[in-house]
Each structure stands twice: as C-alpha cells, then as structure tokens.
Design a protein around this ligand. Sequence first.
Ligand SMILES: NC(=O)c1ccc[n+]([C@@H]2O[C@H](COP(=O)([O-])OP(=O)(O)OC[C@H]3O[C@@H](n4cnc5c(N)ncnc54)[C@H](O)[C@@H]3O)[C@@H](O)[C@H]2O)c1
Length: 327
Amino acid sequence: MIKVAIVGCGTMGNVHAKGYVNIKNAKVTAVCDIRKEKGMAISELLDAKYYESYDEMLKEDVDIVDICLPTYMHKEFALKAMELGKHVFCEKPIALSVEDAEEMVNKAKEMKVKLSVGHVVRFFPAYKNAVNLVKQGKIGTPKLIRTTRNGAYPGWSWENWYSNYELSGGPLLDLVIHDIDWIISNFGDVQRVYAKSFNGKVERKDHCLVTLTLKNGSLAHVEGSWAYPDGAIFGTTFEVIGTTGQIESDSRSSSPIKKYTNNGAFNMALDSPLQYKDEPYTAELQEFINAVIEEREPLITGEAAIKAIKVSLAAIKSSKTGEAVEL
Ligand SMILES: NC(=O)c1ccc[n+]([C@@H]2O[C@H](COP(=O)([O-])OP(=O)(O)OC[C@H]3O[C@@H](n4cnc5c(N)ncnc54)[C@H](O)[C@@H]3O)[C@@H](O)[C@H]2O)c1
C-alpha cells in the first residue's frame, strides 16, 4: 500500500482528499495545514494523522507528498520532500518561474523520485474523448482550437493569496494554464504568444485572452475569466476545428448536477455523476500512484509542466508590453 501525505488542506486539499477515498492502492496517512480546523476535517475523513508543522509531518514514513499549497510555496515544499526521497505530486502551476520549476525537476532526477503536476484537464472525460476522436481522424487535421474557462474570482483562498499576482501569477498563470497544457500536449508546441488582460489592475476582477500560434501552423484562442459575478457558475468550453469537421463541448450544458450555496454557485467535477474512475481528480492521482508502483514516468511530467508555464509567462509578458512573444 502506497502511503500519501497531503500538505495544504484548503480547496484543492479537499478535492484530492475526496479522490483518495476511492483509490484502493494508496492510503493517506498524514495531512498538514497551519489551520487546524482545515487539517482536522481531512484527517477525520481519511483517518490520517494531522500535523500543524510540515517538517514534523515529513518525519512520517510516506511514499508520496501531495502538495496542495498556494503556488508560491510549491518549490520550497517540493524540494524538502524530494530531498528526503519522497515522490511529489504538485498542484498546477508547477511554480512561478521557469528557474524554480527547473530546480524541482532537477531535484527529482537527482533524488531518483517521481514528480508530477496536476494538469487535470487531460483527465476530464469530454477533453479526453475529444482528443481520442481527433486521433482517430474524425475531423481531419486540427487547425483551430478555442477554449474558454470562465468564472468568478477565487474568493475562497487562504489570506486571499490569489489577488497578489506575485504569489499566484493571476489568471494567465493560474487559470488558463489548464487549457495551455491541454493544447500543447495534444495539438503541438507553441511558437508565438499574444495576450491581453487587466493585469490585476481591477480588484478581484480579471479577464484574459491569449492567441497562440503553434509550431505546426495551427492557431489557438484561449480565454479565461475571474471577472464573473460571485454567483456565476464556473464553466469551460472548447472547440476543435479540423480540415473535415469540428468537435465541441460546453461544461455548463453537459454537467447535469449543479450546486448552489449561500456563497455563490459553484460546480466542481466532484458534483458530477461520473463513476469514480472517470472523476478527473481521482484519475490524475490514481495515474501518479500507478506510475510510482510501476516505476515508470508519470503521464504528466515536470518537463511538460515547464512547457506550460513558459507559455503562460510569455502571455503575461505580452499582456504587459502589448507585443507578441516568440518562444
Ligand atoms: N487543479 C485545479 O483544478 C485547481 C483548482 C484550484 C486551485 N489549484 C491550485 O492548487 C493550489 C492550492 O490552491 P487552493 O485554491 O487549494 O488554495 P487555498 O488557499 O484554498 O488552500 C491553501 C491551503 O494551504 C494552507 N497553508 C498555507 N501555508 C501553509 C503551510 N506553511 N503549511 C501547511 N499548510 C499551509 C492554508 O491554510 C490553506 O488551507 C494552487 O497552486 C492552485 O493554483 C488547482
């Protein structure tokens, strides 16, 4: 049985915890959060030991450390775990800079441990099925990919850390990286990036538009929003247009179960009626655990995560300078 420790028991810590409930070949034995009530909630759900201190938790004999901390903490916490020979699953984006991400990838190599990053969109059934159809040649050669990922500002966060773009990267690094990774991994590497956004100038509201030219000549439009009202339901769409056809999906019309709360409406994948093996957050964690057991490369490598942040960081540069950025 693979032993897992979760650090960061906020929003994503909870999403991962619910995923582990259905994973049979791993057990969460330790959880850590500086907020005791958050850590205890997951500790009770998973019958895992609660730690307030990460250094204390790292003394536990665990195989994997699952990092669900704010992005600016990823590097420091991942390096500490890898230094002790633990495999690391880290939420996306891998880090705030290419240098930090490379340090993480190099440490994993040096310590001969596995590192993977939560680019979960690759595990969403609609996105996976679309890629399968493209691979089967159902729409010819893909030429245009359009994605949207729109909702309210993530007001749930600890200390409101998303609002500080030095800590979160804003939506160009934090939000549309999901689509950027999906596009790169399935449709090809990026040559040129042009982007517009409010660059954090409007408090708790931002919106971004990114145009990508792929090396194979295809185009992609990527849209992401933190500008919707708090009550808006988060939604994603994609269209893939090929030489002989088109595939499209809209999460708002294809997700039959929606959750409404006093804090605003929100629908996470976990509210979907998918069988647990198809639930994307469970599937991404299961894939990493299997990679550790089978001693193989995980599906999502640290190198892939670096490719994605390079595009996001280029988009941030472009949105600030008004110029396109060549990669
Ligand atoms: N894959 C996805 O769909 C998805 C969605 C949202 C967020 N994310 C990513 O997940 C990561 C976490 O985001 P979140 O929304 O869960 O943040 P959050 O603010 O909800 O949770 C972060 C948690 O870390 C805890 N924490 C802070 N400092 C700590 C420390 N020193 N030791 C232990 N715990 C500490 C906080 O108390 C908080 O509970 C980010 O990198 C974010 O970009 C991914």
